[in-house]
Design a protein around this ligand. Structure first.
Ligand code: PLP
Length: 407
């Protein structure tokens, strides 16, 4: 075996400039939606149901587009809102609204509730944490398991503390672990006893149709299960076409109970006279129906599955027999989690940076940027071309080997 220090010096000498940090689609993926930019086309602004999409109004979004996405995000079409380009924005605004105006079933608005805390399954998505940190909502980490958050811990915490007002969930192909919530996890989240009457699940189904294999996994329907359990207002479901059509010019969705939807639309009508319905029409014409979305996602899969396979190959070639080094093999989504022995993640990220390979900062997968074990590294292989992934991952392997050798 080559000396890890010598291999690292060779790596640095290559003068690389590679980036595995953010889960962005590649330009080839964005090109798949190129024909959409010619739609609806001059003179084609009236939707099939007769809406002049150029004008103000239509706060809930174009029905033709909501009909396409309702089955994909498991929300009845009447309870689905199609908005502008970012679901993160919808999550942010929902929490701002909850702080400033009482949610259906809430004893007070959250700014008057004293402490407000959210459960954060870890590892998780840094931008969820960012929203809470900005709004003064405290984050309480709970561990992830292979079937979703540790539900014994979640149930224990929410039953005993009325200041715990919500939980972040990425239920399918989670960021960063690729975890798919089991039906049992979804049922328990929907039906558990919560001390807060205004408890909400932030159900961020960002990767609902983003399969990496032919096993197109379906999850349980959180809205239906919550309604059945007598908690219809508990879930807020989010999704978007950011990683279906165009990351910067897609359409975001919010689905919830009728009471939540009415609450949300009334408050949102104070900040906008309606969403970008021309973009809704463009998306509806381009994607056509749920089957059209699935076919489009199969084309994405062809582009990105080889990149994920490359990450798997280089990691298993190097570490299949190394104790303490493990990684996820996701069936969908945008990320691979690499777990190194405790205390080494930030050192690996530092070594990689010095060698010109940008990795997501260690700790970003945990609230307040602090991974107490300093063990999780999030890898995002969709953006760079395949040859760059190969070079970057070979470099990551060298950095892990050096960090292990120096331990
Ligand atoms: N939610 C998750 C879990 C994500 O990973 C991302 C982007 O990486 C987003 C939301 C962002 O969604 P949007 O582009 O709709 O704002």
């Amino acid at each position: 075996m080559t000396d890890p220090a010598a291999a690292y010096e060779e790596l640095k000498a290559q003068g690389l400039k590679l980036d595995l940090t953010r889960g962005k689609p590649s330009s080839e993926q964005l090109d798949l939606a190129a024909p959409m930019l010619d739609l609806p086309g001059a003179g084609h602004h009236v939707s099939p149901k007769g809406t002049d999409t150029r004008n103000y109004g239509g706060g809930q979004g174009l029905p033709e587009l909501r009909e396409i996405f309702a089955p994909l995000v498991q929300v009845p079409v009447e309870q689905l809102i199609a908005s502008n380009n970012s679901s993160l924005e919808l999550m942010h605004d929902t929490l701002v609204h909850a702080l400033l105006s009482p949610l259906p079933g809430a004893p007070t608005r959250w700014v008057d509730a004293g402490r407000v805390a959210f459960l954060a399954p870890v590892p998780g998505y840094d931008r969820h944490y960012g929203v809470c940190e900005r709004l003064g909502i405290e984050l309480l980490p709970v561990p992830m398991t292979e079937s979703g958050p540790d539900m014994d811990e979640v149930e224990r915490l929410v039953a005993g503390d009325p200041s715990i007002k919500g939980i972040w969930c990425v239920p399918k192909y989670s960021n960063p672990d690729g975890v798919v919530y089991s039906d049992e996890t979804v049922r328990r989240l929907a039906s558990m006893e919560t001390a807060a009457p205004d408890f909400r699940i932030m159900w961020d189904n960002a990767y609902a149709v983003h399969h990496l294999t032919s096993d197109e996994i379906e999850i349980a329907d959180v809205l239906a299960l919550a309604a059945e359990a007598g908690n219809p207002d508990r879930p807020f479901v989010f999704g978007s076409t950011s990683k279906i059509t165009l990351a910067g010019s897609g359409v975001a969705f919010l689905g919830a109970s009728q009471a939540n939807v009415d609450w949300w639309l009334a408050l949102t009508s104070k900040r906008t006279i309606g969403p970008d319905k021309v973009n809704h029409l463009r998306h509806a014409l381009f994607l056509r129906d749920a089957a059209g979305v699935r076919a489009h996602m199969a084309a994405h899969r062809e582009l990105i599955a080889p990149k994920f396979a490359m990450v798997q190959r280089l990691l298993s070639d190097a570490f299949s027999d190394t104790e303490g080094v493990t990684w996820t093999e996701p069936k969908g989504g945008y990320f691979v989690s690499l777990v190194v022995p405790d205390g080494l993640a930030s050192e690996v990220v530092r070594l990689a940076k010095e060698a010109g390979i940008a990795l997501t900062p260690a700790g970003a997968t945990h609230p307040y940027g602090k991974d107490p074990q300093d063990a999780v590294i999030r890898l995002a292989p969709t953006l760079p071309p395949l040859d760059e992934i190969e070079r970057a991952m070979a470099g990551v392997v060298t950095c892990v080997q050096l960090a292990l050798a120096r331990r």
